[in-house]
Design a protein around this ligand. Structure first.
Ligand SMILES: [Zn+2]
Length: 101
């Protein structure tokens, strides 16, 4: 049995993904922390919603950069430094009107 967060369970219950749901789970999605079923639903939303698609691509790019930096420093490759994450969120919030924290 997969372990799911409350947000994930909510999406499964509703069966649909709103932009708000997408924003809330964007970080987990890009970092591969979601259950496959929920990830699939989010990707589906992404295909239909340009705004969320842009947000996803931007986030993904920054994560890739963060991973490269992590590798160079020989740290845990998937860990994004808090400071980088914070700045990314601020940038996404400002450019896309998101409310990531
Ligand atoms: Zn959307």
């Amino acid at each position: 049995m997969e372990k799911m967060s409350e947000e994930e369970l909510l999406i499964l219950e509703k069966g649909t993904v709103s932009c708000e749901d997408f924003e809330g789970l964007l970080g987990e999605l890009v970092e591969g922390e979601l259950s496959p079923t929920v990830a699939e639903k989010l990707h589906h939303h992404c295909e239909e919603c340009q705004e969320c698609h842009d947000g996803y691509e931007l986030y993904e790019q920054v994560i890739d950069i963060a991973r490269l930096i992590g590798k160079e420093r020989q740290k845990e490759p998937s860990a994004m430094p808090d400071e980088v994450k914070k700045r990314l969120h601020q940038r996404l919030n400002a450019s896309l009107g998101l409310r990531l924290s």
